[in-house]
Design a protein around this ligand. Structure first.
Ligand SMILES: [Zn+2]
Length: 455
């Protein structure tokens, strides 16, 4: 067999034949030519037999390594004039537009990015993390299930902070499928409006969202003003199918949900109630710690600092050491212990198996405890819960599966941490979609169905 035919079979690239193979000191260079005569626009379906010219230099793509060798595909590309996109180098069937890697290589990167950490991928594949981010974006844009926004009935809208504290991503989960189906950079009402605009493109209601208010009430009055002037545009088709929307306790998403899908029941995800209770406890803990630091015993402050996880974790998940710390806090009593018992009382409301009536009783008991707590963060928590009481009970009534939402949430947070080093929010979002979205990633050998048993 000739070397060029051997390499044709080895690299397994669609639509090309191998012209030449040469070994450079640190890489193997495989020069290929396209089989097809027509030139294809890389950005649309336009194709033409007319060539404008040929690029004077080779285009280069990195392909899967060959043993320890780095493998490069070189190809002289022609240029065409697309009526919509102007003069461009022609598309190649084995790589995405503007990519410097073959589809097979990108597929391997995406598969690994969804499963393992930054340093392993960068060392194994010899690429930097920003490159991984760009690849993940391209793969995600190509492979996400295009039908993911159809047939949505129970959704959750949530924000997650990315990178530093004030960078947010808004994510929409499909509770029935347990997948993240949509995301955008940013948070609040505007971000949710963008979701509804994409859910029902061209809908007059989605096109005319209520002006953003500081809180839900002002948004409601904006809606009322709208109604007085002219008839409200009809609820759009897909938004009209939503039965339940679970949210955090902030006003932004709620205002958008009420405007775009007024028929849907708004639920407060129990996860958020517990999260807010944890935040209140953390405020009390920090205030106490600062007090200790300014007191005459700085060692006490140091000992107490380590108490954070003992307090925040569920008691059943504590290590022996953390349990001992918690025991000491209990023995000492005081504000921190009281705050802890209030947090646990908030968590207890969502114990699986309780009826709606049980939860109502527990919620009201909790509300009166919070009101009498004399701890500012918990008094505030009580006010928030009182405002959201109907939404919390709706979540219990509709059986919003807390365990499942929480599992998805935890998975998202893990991925977000991995995405910290990315250059853009889009790359972070793409990684979330790759791991938690409706997408099936297959490895190159699965895509090409090599005729041998594959796993
Ligand atoms: Zn075009």
């Amino acid at each position: 067999m000739r070397v060029t035919s051997a390499f044709s079979r080895l690299v397994r690239l669609p639509g090309v034949w191998v012209r030449q193979v040469r070994f450079a000191p640190d890489r193997v260079v495989v020069e290929v030519a396209l089989k097809r005569r027509r030139l294809q626009c890389p950005r649309c379906a336009f194709s033409t037999a007319a060539r404008k010219d040929t690029r004077p230099v080779h285009s280069v793509w990195r392909h899967l390594d060959l043993g320890v060798w780095r493998l490069e595909i070189h190809c002289r590309r022609r240029r065409l004039r697309c009526p919509r996109h102007g003069v461009l180098a022609e598309a190649v069937p084995f790589a995405r537009h503007r990519a410097h890697f073959t589809r097979d290589f990108e597929c391997l990167v995406a598969w690994l990015a969804a499963r393992t950490d930054k340093s392993a991928i960068c060392r194994l594949l010899r690429v930097d993390w920003d490159t991984v981010g760009r690849i993940v974006e391209r793969v995600c844009a190509d492979e996400l299930d295009p039908a993911r926004l159809q047939e949505l009935y129970d959704i959750g809208v949530d924000e997650v902070s990315w990178k530093r504290q004030h960078n947010y991503l808004t994510l929409v989960a499909d509770h029935r499928r347990g997948k993240i189906v949509w995301g955008t950079a940013g948070a609040g009402e505007k971000a949710a409006d963008r979701f509804f605009a994409e859910l029902d493109p061209g809908s007059p209601r989605a096109a005319a969202p209520p002006p953003t208010g500081q809180d839900a009430d002002s948004s409601l009055s904006a809606r009322a003003r709208h109604a007085a002037d002219e008839p409200e545009p009809a609820v759009a088709e897909r938004a009209g199918k939503l039965e339940a929307i679970s949210l955090d306790m902030g006003p932004g998403y709620a205002a958008a949900a009420r405007w775009h899908a007024p028929q849907a029941v708004i639920c407060i995800d129990p996860y958020h109630v517990v999260q807010n209770a944890n935040k209140a406890l953390d405020e009390v803990r920090r205030a106490y710690w600062n007090e200790l630091r300014q007191s005459s015993d700085p060692q006490a402050a140091k000992r107490f600092k380590d108490a954070r996880w003992s307090l925040l974790k569920a008691p059943s998940n504590l290590t022996d050491n953390q349990a001992a710390t918690l025991h000491r806090i209990k023995a000492a009593g005081g504000e921190v212990w009281r705050a802890y018992t209030l947090k646990e009382a908030a968590r207890a409301i969502f114990t699986p198996g309780l009826t709606v009536a049980d939860v109502e009783i527990l919620t009201d008991r909790l509300l009166s405890r919070l009101a009498r707590s004399r701890l500012e963060p918990f008094i505030r928590l009580g006010k928030t819960i009182r405002k959201q009481r109907a939404g919390i009970l709706a979540a219990i009534r509709l059986g919003i599966n807390q365990g499942r939402t929480e599992a998805l949430n935890n998975k998202v947070r893990l991925i977000i941490r991995r995405a910290y080093g990315f250059h853009s929010a889009h790359a972070a979002l793409a990684l979330v979609m790759l791991t938690c979205g409706p997408i099936t990633l297959r490895l190159p050998h699965q895509l090409h169905a090599v005729t041998s048993p594959s796993h």
